[in-house]
Structure formats: C-alpha cells, structure tokens
Design a protein around this ligand. Sequence first.
Ligand code: ATP
Ligand code: MG
Length: 562
Amino acid sequence: MATEKTPSNFIRDIVDADIAKGKNGGRVHTRFPPEPNGYLHIGHAKAICISFGIARDYHGLCNLRFDDTNPEKEDVEYVDSIREDVRWLGFDWVDREYYASDYFDAIYQHALTLIKKGMAYVCDLTPDEQRKHRGTLTAPGKDSPYRGRTVEENLELFERMRRGEFDEGTRVLRAKIDMASPNITMRYPTIYRIKKASHHRTGDKWCIYPMYDFTHCISDSIEGITHSLCTLEFENNRPLYDWVLDQLGVHHPQQIEFARLNLTHTVLSKRILLKLVQQKTVSGWDDPRMPTISGFRRRGFTPSSIRNFCDRIGVAKFNSTIDVVVLENSIREELNRTAPRMMAVLDPLKVVITNYPEGKTEEMDATNNPEDPAAGTRKVPFSRELYIERDDFRETPPPKFFRLAPGQEVRLRYGYFIKCEKVLKDAEGKVLEVHCTYDPATRGGNNPPDGRKVKGTIHWVSAQHAVRAEVRLYDHLFAAKDPADVPEGQDIFVNLNPKSLTVVPGACLEPCLKDVRAGARVQFERLGYFFADPVDSRPGKPVFNRTVTLRDTWEKIEKGRK
Ligand code: ATP
Ligand code: MG
C-alpha cells in the first residue's frame, strides 16, 4: 500500500490525543464488526479502510468480528464472502477472527450480574405494550408493572427463559436505566430476547439471544478494543454502550461515530441488495452492477482504487452523498497508468480496402501504453478487410464529424489513412460494407510526405484475424440519482435502470487477446477499461466486462454546472 497516504481526520485526531495522554497504555486496537447477513458493500469498504487503516498507521491491531446475534438471518456463505472481501481489500486480521457468539456465555454472565445489581429485570409486556410504555420523543415513558420484581424472581425467570420454558415474544430481559430519559434508547432497553432458532455456530445451545447493544459493547470490551468506530446511527446508542460497561466495571473502549457512505445511483442497504439478488434483478451478489465489494471486484475494480477512493472521500460527522463519478475516477486514474491499450470493435462494420492486395497481411507496430514506456509494443495485423465501429461511419455526416464518411479521409490508428469511396447497403438501406482506398505513404498511421492531415483517428480490427468475444457494458443500477426518491405508494425498485446491462455477443478483438487470462485488465481504445471476466472468460472465448468508460466525467459535470 505504498502509494497511499491516508489524510488525517477527526478520528485520527482523537487517537493522537489519546496516545499523547497515554490512554490505554498508548495502545490502538480497533475492530470491524459486520453482521453476516449479506455481502459487504462499498460503505463497508469505507468502514474497513477506517478501522484497519488506523490500526495499520498507528502500529495497532484490528480484529474481524462477526456480529452474529440474529440467528435467522445469518449464514456461513456470508461469513466466507466477508473474509474474502476484507482480505481482497488488502487487510489482514491475522488470527484475530472473532464471533460475538463466542461470547454468549460471558454475555450471559454479565446479564446475571446486572440482575443481581438490581439493574435488569424480566418483563412480561408484549412487544406492543412495551412500545406504548416507552413513550415518544416528547412524552416520557411509563414504568412497566414488572420492574418491581425481586432479584430472586428475576434470576429464576431469566434461568427459565434460558431453559426454553417460555414462548418467543412472551418475556424479555430489560435494563433498568431511565424511563424519563430524553434518549428513548435508555428507556429500559431490551437486552435479551427469546428466539427459538438454531444458530449457525452455537447450534441449539441457546434459545435466548443478547440484543445488539448489549452484545456489542461487551464484545468490544472482551477484545480490549480501544476505539470502537461505527456509523452515525449509533450515536444515540452510545450512552447505553457506556452505561453497560460502567455498570459492569469492565474495560471501556471509546465509541466514535462517523458518517455513512451514500453513493448516487445505487443503494447501500443490505436488505434491498438481498431483494435484488432474491428477485433475480441481478445475477448474484457479485453482479458487476452491484455496489458490493464482490461486484466491484468482478467489474474490474482493484483493491487500491477502492482504498484510494475511501481516502479521498474522507471521514466526517455529517451524512452526505458522494457522486459515483468520484469512485469511477479512482479506477480510471489507476488503469490509465497500468492497463495496456488494445483495439476492439463492439459494433462491427466491414471496410474493404479496394486498392490493398488480396491475401496480404502486414504486422503494424502498436504502443501498449503511452503512459508506461516499459509496457513496450506489440504487432497488430492489417489486411484488406477490416472492421470499424459502425458509429464511426456516417453516410450523411453532421457538421464536424471527422470520422469516416463518403469522400472523407480518416486515420486508422497504427494503420493507414483510408478514404471512403463507396457505400453498399441492403434493401432496407442499412449499410453493409464501406469500400475505401488507402494511401501507402501513411503506413503506421503517419502523416504523408505531402503534409496532408486528417482530423479523425479511429480504431479497427483486421476481419480475418478478429477474435470474437462477448462484451458486457454496464450502466447505473438505478436510473435515479437518489433511488430512494420514489413517487408515493411505489417502491424503490421503480427507479431501477432497465438498461443497466447491455450484452454485446459478437465483439471483434485484436488477435493478441485470443487467450487472454481471466482477470486481465485492458483498455480498449476509445471504449473504456475492460476486465476479462474471472468466471466466464475462457482461452479462445474471451468475455469482457466494462469496468468504466474513458470519458472524463468531471469535465461533463463541470460543463453541466455552467
Ligand atoms: P444492517 O442493517 O444489517 O445492520 P449494516 O450496513 O449496518 O447493516 P453491518 O454488518 O452491521 O451492516 O456493518 C458493519 C460495519 O460497517 C458497521 O460498523 C457499520 O457501521 C459499517 N457500515 C455499514 N454501512 C456503512 C456505510 N454505508 N458507510 C460506512 N460504514 C458502514
Ligand atoms: Mg449494522
């Protein structure tokens, strides 16, 4: 990760101050605590870069902890994908892979401690009654009739809850904090509930499960975390986090909240992403249109492009939405430096060069990457019949159309100047073929000695040498900039972009791409950056995903502003 330097931010300022004070003996220990109920998305990448990044830069540690307290929604498939994604992003938790479920015994003991201190009681109110008792933002809560139970009674009832004697939803364990607190989180929060569900790790050992708030602070404490970094929606839970640890008198990490990442044209809600997978709107969690880490990986993003993006957007205390262009520019900049440039034609139109000898093939020299002289050159075959992009020819060109048109001359990159002499069409008027002549004095695409110049340069592929490939072009998953902005009574899915995927089955590539390795990244000149699909691409049958177009979208945004 040598190229990156994470800028400072308010969290790093707190860490600096804590180290200066000698707090925690100068130790820095963070954690990333995903719930294994879905694949990680780009918002999680931000959280990962923050917590693992701080550990890396302060010579501290960062744990991977699965926050697995909701047995019904969790699955080992998700655990595996999370491990793969964190590792792929370039971070390593070494042997510190933990599970909140590993702490169920300890958490249970802590619950007993609270009961014995008179700080927790078993409540028989129905969930609905509890809600009513809890009050509102403006009205204080009302005490539960069960709060007066004795310690003995509570210990006995809690033990019977654990033994499975009561039905789900009939009893909970609640912390006695403050029913009049302006913070509703503090009004006798539930800390344990009955759930007769098998857990993917603890099996049927438990039929009571601790709530997130109770689990999280205790897990942090057990692991000796110093700075517990999470998103802003947990700000209201911090007093509860602090209260539990103070009551228990155990190691007390500091919770610090930062803004969630939101991106335009997509959603970062696991619930909605799961729906997209279940209703088969996308091909899976790793569909290249998904904002998941595995989706970006399959689309051709690199770990460094995502880390650089996370550094660039910074860390703040207020929520905002980042334009997806910022993320695209991060991968664009990197691939501009690193990806070799090749030629491919997505929508082929045949060009016949009538004055070029039949059967002749020339090997033209092409530069692999002008940004990287070390990338060298390669040979590209040129012959009498070529394919060009259908869009690079116009029978009646609009003004300033500098590409191919009747009577007009254009430069073939690394090839020759060609001039359009004749257009062949079918009965419906569709252009079938364009006949051109070439100027032998322009070999390599160079200007001829007579000083004649052309304004347009286009790409091409020799027809007889072309390798056929499937190419997949992606657009935003949601057409709306803010997918949540929906007409009343409709759901977010009305904002899906019906054109988010275009499959081009018969693209023509230059022959050196025939046996391209799956996972290779290339630029197709003028078309964008492409990634040989790691699942579907085969030697002889390449499949390419477009990672991102070449267009400098910043420019477009700037223009749009004017
Ligand atoms: P859930 O609704 O299932 O809780 P979640 O997105 O909060 O979804 P977690 O698995 O609990 O998912 O998240 C793990 C960590 O990632 C948490 O610390 C959370 O704060 C952080 N995180 C989640 N979404 C974002 C986001 N959009 N931006 C930054 N951090 C995020
Ligand atoms: Mg969460």
